[in-house]
Structure formats: C-alpha cells, structure tokens
Design a binder for this molecule. Structure first.
Ligand code: ASP
Length: 612
C-alpha cells in the first residue's frame, strides 16, 4: 500500500503553497520499470552514500522502501550529505543496466538521476547504523527509540500490529460488538497486582487508581444492557517486572451477556480465525481443542501446555504403590504421586545428560533428585533397575507405555511438585530435540481452574483468577463453607485460558451476576463488609438491578501480535516500552517533579532530594 495517490495533487500544490515543490510525488518503495522516463520527487532519509569520483549514489529510505538516487557533480550539496539526513530529490527515472539490477529490492530495476537536491534536515551521526543488522544494546535502542523504530524490522512490527488489531476490530464488529472506552482515572480493580495511583488535586488526600483491567466496568456495561462489548484497552499493573512484563500493556477486552463458556469460545474462535486470515493470510483451524485444567496438569504438567508435541506425562502411581522402591511407595502412602516421562531411544540422552543436566532441571523445579530407568523386560538399566526384577519390569512398562530401550524419568512426591518437575523436563526435551514443528499456531482452551489458592504466608485465600469469577458449584460446597474450610482448595471455577504454543494468551471467566454470592466470595477472600462497601459497593449495587448472566475474556495483544510474527519478546511489538525497572529511557520517566506541583496535589515526598 502506498500513499502516492493522496500525496500531491496539482491543485493543492498550486493553491496552498507554491513553494512546496520539494514534496514527494512517489514514495521510496514505488518506482518500477514502468516509471522509466518520468520525472519524480522523492523524500526520505540518506541510508547510504557512495562516492564514485564526484558522482554520489544515495540509497534513499522511507517507510515504503529504498530507491537508489544518482547525484551528479552539479548538485553541490551532495558532498555535504551524511547518514540520516532528510532530503528531497527531483529527477528522472532511468532503467539500470541489466548487470546493475538489484534483485533484492522491489525498486531495484531503476534509479533516479537527480537534477535537484534539497537538504530538508541534517542529522547527527546516529549512535548505531539504521540499516545494518548490528547488535545494539537495549539501553541505547530504548534511549534513541525514534532511530530504533526507523529500522525496517521494528517498523514492520508496528505496521503488523496495527493491521492485526484493526482486523480484530472488524471481526468483533461483524459479530455486533460495541466498542466502549472505560475510564483510565478510576478505582482499583483487583487483578492480583499493585495499583498505580494518581493523586487528586480537587479532593485532597484522595487518589484515583489506573485500571489493572476494565473488569468491573465491562460487567457494569452488561448490567446496562449493552450485551456485547469490546475494547482495545490499556491496563496498568505495578508488579516487580519479570523480563517479559510491561507495567502498561494492551488487551483486547470483551464481555457478553446471556452466555456461557461455549459462546465465548465460539466467538473468539471466529474472531481469531478471521484476524489471522485478514491480517496474515493464515488459516487457523477452528474450533480449538478444549481440556480442563486438571487434564492439562496431568498430561503436560503445566496449565499452558504446548500441545504441538507428545511426550506426555504417564501415571505410575498404581505400580509405585506396591513396588520395592520405598521412596515411591512412601510418596503414594503420604498422599503424593509418582509419574513418568517416557523418552524414546531416537532422542539420545547419555547417562551424563540425565544425571547432570536433567537432574539439575528437576532439582530446580523442586525435586529431591531424578529417578531414571532404561526400560527392559529383563530389568532394564539405571538406578531403578534393581526394583524392576521379575514381572515388575514388564508391569511398569505396561503401566507407563514404555518400550524396550526407552528412557523413563520419574518424579515422586507432592502432586504439584511432580507436575512441575515433569512439566519442565518435558518442555526442555521438546526444545532440545526440536519436537516443535515451526510456523504452526496451536490454540487450546484450558477450562475449570481451581477457584481459590491458599497463601501460606498471609494465611488467606486468593482468587486463582479474580474475585468476580463464578464457581462451578454455585453453592461453594455448602452453605456452611467459609474461609476456614480447607474444602475451598478443592473447588473449581468457571475460569478459562486460551493457550497457544505453550503461551498463555488470555484469560476470562463466567462471572458472578448475583450480589449475594459476590459478597460471600469477598468474605472468603478476607474482605469484610465495610471494605466491600468501600471498594465494591457500586458493583454490588449494580448487580442488584437485574444483572444478566454474563462472561468475558481478554487477550494480551502485545504477546499475541509478537507471537504471530514469530517473536517471543513483547518489547519489540510496543512502540515505546519500558525497561525491566519500569523506566522510559527516552523521555526519562518516571522523574522528579517540582515541590510546587506536589503541593498542588497535596503530596509531600519523604524521599530526600537527590544530590546534583
Ligand atoms: N480482566 C481479566 C484479566 O485482565 C480478563 C477477564 O476475566 O475478562 O485478566
């Protein structure tokens, strides 16, 4: 797509500004053999300048491409050109000799022989070359983000992101969704992170919170009868940043009324199918497979499984219960689990690989060690061999589906540790043996997560998703169950995630649409009546005016657009991202403000002023 048509019409040139003949007639990506003989004006940046004895060859770059321009000795300013100068050149399009055609560039069949050159703006020498694929430190890239974004790959990312999000918008609109903007200056919505606070000038001592998500507003829009809402929503979460987290990020957020899980899944499958098709020409297969959280954990050891390869976890509990290995038996007797990974001999692993590398991974995930066995009907090889005498070997092989010569790796102990250990080993082995087919988009819905998680440190329950998520059992295990009941740990919720290629893309849930149940959940979460009213009174009130059953979902657009480009770094999909310490290196935010400005919002800093 080129903007040529709207660039310069003779009328605008003549009427508005006769002096604007520097303005381009074509972009640097437009010219082809068909243009030979025409006179054109190009604007752009000097990507390269080669001196051929008084004649300069300039590669002129803009967003659309690069065109070679020839500047003869009569154009005196040519000698002054430096990298990244912005120029305007007018000249004739000529065909290049067959030997000089540049087949790597769409404009490579022609060049522009200039008869006019104007330097529009000079440039300091950039801290890194724009067109070379040179490793540049992240700090430098972020500090000079405008130069970083001038690079083709980064520009391509932003253009892709825009097309992708627009395709998604259109897909939602086709399904009759209404886009609504919810407030940024608002009240806290808990999504499990700290809030960013904004002091109020007009209400001394009071604060707005930036939204962690539009969760409560979108539910209220359902009470309002909007029926189908979506938004490209900016969310803010003040967390200790992990490598790939950003304090502000973008979600495609949505909510629907009079629906259950199924309706949300079908809506999103259609939207994603159309988005990948329209933005990328990729046909994503729908519907997506679904599995419960428990199944995901049992088969893959993680709640965001990469289902593009097998190597699933196998159950060895029944064998372990009566085996000769005391450690396995004890694990079962004390309520734990024994599971295995079975690696076929085609994926070669030496004893050293297992006892050093894999054992380290297992220990890092919380295992005491890694029991292994090279399966064999005659007893096999490895530390487990001595417990596999007689029929025990064949029974174990049958239990875990192992064949002669397979390497079997075992984890024993508490259920969550067993899952974690084998889940991490599986993902390591998947990468190591290249089991993942490239360029495939494999989506899976993971459903029915646990409702609550117990935090041993603060001795209280937390919502595994968020407090507005409906339980599978509307009665929460019975009317007497309260925060003191360990039974809460066994309850499942109607939360779901969408997982792609081992990444969690988004989450959602069927919501609580009844005020009394919502209050009961708050109470279980340790939020007493007074706090409920103060923080969520408006939601409880809204839910008591005929709230429809509703459900929703939100997908992280930074991650989805990155993965759709084959990138696993969301920073490269965000125009102006922050560092791991939540700083913007380009504009130096956050920064100190004037004491007068602080006083205006009734704030006094307790931090001693920095020495100059
Ligand atoms: N508000 C949730 C989140 O940001 C998504 C949802 O439940 O719709 O993860």
């Amino acid at each position: 797509m080129t903007p040529t048509a709207r660039l310069v019409s003779p009328a605008t040139t003549a009427v508005h500004s006769p002096s604007t003949d520097w303005r381009r007639t074509h972009t640097c990506g437009d010219l082809r053999s068909a243009h030979v003989g025409s006179t054109v004006t190009l604007n752009g940046w000097v990507a390269a300048r080669r001196d051929h004895g008084g004649i300069y060859f300039v590669d002129l770059r803009d967003r659309y491409g690069i065109t070679q321009v020839v500047l003869g000795p009569e154009l005196a300013d040519a000698v002054k050109l430096g990298p990244e100068f912005t120029i305007s050149v007018r000249g004739k399009v000529v065909a290049r000799d067959a030997a000089n055609v540049n087949h790597d560039r769409p404009t490579g069949a022609v060049e522009v022989v200039a008869d006019r050159l104007e330097i529009l703006s000079r440039s300091k020498t950039p801290p890194f070359p724009i067109d070379a694929e040179e490793e540049v430190s992240l700090e430098t890239r972020l500090q000079y983000r405008y130069l970083d974004l001038r690079r083709a790959a980064m520009r391509g990312n932003l253009v892709h992101r825009s097309r992708f999000i627009n395709a998604m918008r259109r897909a939602f609109e086709r399904q009759d969704f209404v886009e609504v903007e919810t407030p940024i200056l608002t009240k806290a919505t808990p999504e499990g992170a700290r809030d960013y606070l904004v002091p109020s000038r007009v209400h001394p001592g009071e604060f707005y919170a930036l939204p962690q998500s539009p969760q409560i507003f979108k539910q209220i829009l359902m009470v309002a009868g909007l029926d189908r809402y979506f938004q490209v929503a900016r969310c803010f979460r003040d967390e200790d940043l992990r490598a790939d987290r950003q304090p502000e990020f973008t979600q495609l957020d949505m909510e629907m009324s009079f629906v259950e899980e199924d309706d949300i899944f079908r809506t999103w499958e259609q939207v994603l199918h159309e988005t990948f098709r329209d933005a990328m020409g990729v046909e994503v297969a729908i519907p997506f497979p679904r599995m419960s959280w428990l199944e995901a954990m049992e088969r893959y050891g993680v709640d965001k499984p990469d289902v593009r390869f097998g190597l699933e976890l196998k159950e060895a509990g029944a064998w372990a219960r009566t085996c000769e290995f005391a450690l396995f038996r004890d694990a079962i007797v004390s309520g734990g689990r024994v599971k295995a990974l079975v690696v076929p001999p085609a994926h070669e692993l030496s004893r050293k690989d297992v006892e050093d590398g894999l054992t380290q991974i297992a220990k890092g995930a919380g295992a005491g060690g890694l029991a292994w066995w090279r399966a064999g009907q005659e007893g096999g090889v490895g530390p487990l061999a001595r417990f596999c005498k007689g029929s025990a070997a064949a029974e174990l092989m049958a239990a875990i589906g192992a064949n002669e010569g397979d390497l079997c790796l075992f984890a024993a102990g508490a259920r969550d540790t067993v899952w974690k250990v084998l889940g991490e080993l599986r993902s390591h082995l998947g990468k190591r043996f290249g089991l993942v087919p490239p360029n495939t988009w494999s989506f899976t819905w993971v459903t029915q997560f646990p409702m609550f998680e117990w935090d041993a440190e603060s001795k209280r329950w937390f919502s595994a998703h968020h407090p507005f998520t409906a339980p599978v059992d509307w009665d929460l295990g019975g009317p007497d169950v309260d925060a003191s009941s360990p039974k809460l740990g066994d309850l499942y919720s109607r939360a779901y995630d969408l997982v792609m290629n081992g990444w969690e893309l988004g989450s959602g849930s069927v919501r609580i649409h009844k005020s009394d149940l919502q209050q009961r959940i708050f109470t279980i979460l340790g939020i007493g009546p007074e706090e409920q009213q103060r923080k969520f009174g408006f939601l409880l009130e809204a839910l008591s005016y005929g709230a429809p059953p509703h459900a929703g979902f939100a997908i992280g657009l930074d991650r989805l657009t990155a993965l759709s480009m084959g990138l696993d770094n969301i920073r490269d999909m965000i125009a102006f991202p922050k560092t791991a310490s939540a700083a913007d290196l380009m504009c130096d935010a956050p920064s100190i403000v004037d004491p007068a400005q602080l006083a205006e919002v009734h704030i006094k800093s307790t931090v001693p002023p920095k020495k100059p």
